[in-house]
Design a protein around this ligand. Structure first.
Ligand SMILES: Nc1ncnc2c1ncn2[C@@H]1O[C@H](COP(=O)(O)OP(=O)(O)OP(=O)(O)O)[C@@H](O)[C@H]1O
Length: 309
């Protein structure tokens, strides 16, 4: 199974070009989509989730197992995501960035309702599915509490439970860990990593560590364009020997930026740590082993100025 996105473009009515010809091939497993605020991640996610129209381009879900594509389709096992919306929704699980919950409804009732909407008509079957999901996301004990009483992390776990109803083949989670404390983030990561390997999971985030921990494949988008795509380890390897570090005063940053390709500046123990990109050693700098954050900043700064301190 693969999601094939080709030359996708989207310009909003206010003239903002949110997607400028995005092409990506996404296979089964966990795919990380990284990008700064306003990069176009949510625009891309909403388009794949059939919630908004693209201006041009194509999105195909190919190689679906028997029984999940629609009868009479000219290409059995394939779906045109932009036009066959109902069929896509049957195989889709979506956790949007802003996931509103009805505050006066219990988790159990809400999941049961969503399961009905997803076409699970038999009430015993629905109960089994809902109970199983509540156990999975560790909300079974609080299943009879109103959603309005849940913490941010509990709401996100509930969000994943509703996205998993109906055993989706394609799961989209849009910035799920923003605002979660470290323990809840870990819980959420563990949940995501348990989703079967025969599912495509797209995790859109601006938290590099989420991708480092979870994803075997990834892309970085910036200003509506793909600026890097591949295996995170390969992308990090490509930077070996090219990232240089020094510690500076905050007042010196601008001078360094004028003379070097500074990719990031970060406060570390009260001092400013500066990372620069260079194919050759830089005087006054020491070499560092690159990580995914260096990949992220090296790619993003090719397109835009990033002020990190
Ligand atoms: N409905 C809309 N109408 C007009 N402009 C929009 C709309 N939605 C998004 N935009 C603009 O399109 C660009 C891409 O936004 P998008 O929300 O897709 O980015 P993002 O990567 O998800 O950002 P964030 O991490 O801040 O959520 C931004 O400039 C944004 O202001």
């Amino acid at each position: 199974m693969q999601l094939e996105i080709k030359d996708l473009t989207k310009t909003y009515s206010n003239g903002v070009r949110a997607l400028k010809g995005v092409s990506l091939t996404i296979s089964q497993g966990m795919f990380g989509l990284l990008g700064p605020n306003g990069a176009g991640k949510s625009s891309l996610m909403r388009t794949i989730a059939t919630l908004q129209e693209a201006d041009s381009g194509s999105v195909r879900l190919t190689g679906l197992p028997e029984g999940t594509s629609i009868p009479g389709n000219s290409m059995p096992g394939d779906l045109d995501v932009l036009t066959q919306k109902d069929a896509v929704r049957r195989v889709l699980g979506y956790l949007p960035q802003e996931f509103g919950v009805y505050p006066r409804v219990t988790a159990e009732t809400m999941l049961d309702h969503i399961a009905t909407l997803k076409g699970i008509a038999n009430s015993r079957e629905r109960k089994n599915i809902v109970d199983g999901l509540l156990q999975k996301v560790n909300l079974y004990q609080v299943r009879k509490k109103n959603l309005g009483t849940y913490s941010g992390g509990m709401k996100q776990r509930f969000g994943i439970a509703q996205a998993l109803i109906g055993s989706p083949r394609l799961i989209i989670v849009d910035e799920p860990t923003a605002g979660l404390d470290p323990a809840e983030r870990n819980r959420f990561h563990n949940l995501l990593s348990e989703i079967g390997e025969n599912t495509i999971v797209i995790l859109s985030t601006h938290i590099v560590e989420d991708v480092t921990n979870l994803c075997s494949d990834m892309a970085i988008i910036c200003l509506g364009e793909v600026v890097a795509a591949g295996n995170p380890n390969d992308l990090v390897s490509d930077l070996k020997g090219k990232i240089w570090q020094t510690f500076v005063e905050k007042s010196e940053i601008e001078t360094y930026r004028q003379h070097h390709r500074v990719i990031s500046t970060q406060l570390k123990g009260g001092k400013t740590r500066l990372h620069a990109y260079s194919d050759v050693p830089l005087g006054g700098f020491e070499p560092v082993v690159p990580d995914l954050e260096d990949v992220y900043f090296a790619k993003i700064t090719e397109k835009m100025d990033v002020v990190t301190v």
